[in-house]
Write a protein that binds this ligand. Structure first.
Ligand code: AMP
Length: 222
């Protein structure tokens, strides 16, 4: 299967959709945010300064990003394709990624833009809760995404947590960062003929349907 890049503003549901793709097609889901959170969870001074940078909502330096990504996509489970979530975030990262792919003899695959309006994204961010055990995502403000028991994961009984960067102030910075740095990537990939679009303003089921058509070749990119 082709490699997939998901591009979206914060809280567009790309993590959820990537997880659904992973479940159905057994493609590894590489979340740059998760790789960074893992790298920032230790006690070293590098881990601590990484954690502070991430809480600010700013983008992390490219050398850190590329080194984490390179290690991950060289793992054997990525040989048959993978889903990239949260990378690349700007044109510089896109160019660095193309060089990396050439070196590793891998191809870019399909780039899928997930649309969501700023209002819907804000609601998703401020209500979002994630299972500390299996990473299933819930939302306190969206009825169909609430857990059956408050604070407890339906899937595994794990404890639900809020991400420390899921607040209104950080959301605004992250949304602005997306518009300035990441949105230009859409044009970049459109010019290359690799860009596909999915709308996730209404429901994740509809969005997933659209996604499936794209990755299985049932949809054209014109
Ligand atoms: P996410 O989980 O994708 O929302 O990412 C959380 C935070 O990790 C972001 O606000 C950035 O600080 C950082 N981050 C994630 N992906 C990247 C990337 N590709 N380049 C730089 N920083 C990133």
């Amino acid at each position: 299967m082709d490699n997939i890049i998901l591009i979206a503003p914060p809280a567009a549901g790309k993590g959820t959709l990537a997880h659904m793709l992973h479940e159905k097609y057994a493609l590894p889901h590489i979340s740059m945010g998760d790789l960074l959170r893992e790298a920032s969870s230790g006690d070293s001074s590098e881990a601590k300064s990484l954690a502070i940078e991430m809480q600010s909502g700013r983008l992390i330096a490219d050398d850190i990003i590329l080194s984490l990504l390179t290690k991950r996509i060289m793992m054997p489970d990525c040989e048959q394709g993978y889903i990239l979530d949260g990378f690349p975030r700007d044109i510089d990262q896109a160019i660095a990624y193309e060089k990396l792919l050439a070196k590793l003899n891998k191809s870019l695959g399909k780039v899928i833009s997930i649309y969501v309006s700023e209002d819907v994204a804000m609601k998703r961010v401020t209500g979002r809760m994630i299972c500390s055990n299996c990473h299933t995502v819930y939302n306190a403000y969206i009825e169909e995404s609430q857990p059956r028991v408050a604070g407890i994961c339906d899937e595994c009984g794990g404890h639900l947590e809020k991400r420390s960067d899921d607040n209104v102030e950080t959301f605004r910075i992250r949304f602005q960062t997306y518009l300035e740095n990441t949105a230009p990537l859409l044009q970049y990939y459109e010019k290359q003929g690799n860009l596909y679009q999915v709308n996730n303003d209404i429901s994740k089921e509809l969005a997933f349907n659209e996604l499936e058509k794209i990755i299985t070749g049932g949809e054209t990119n014109d």
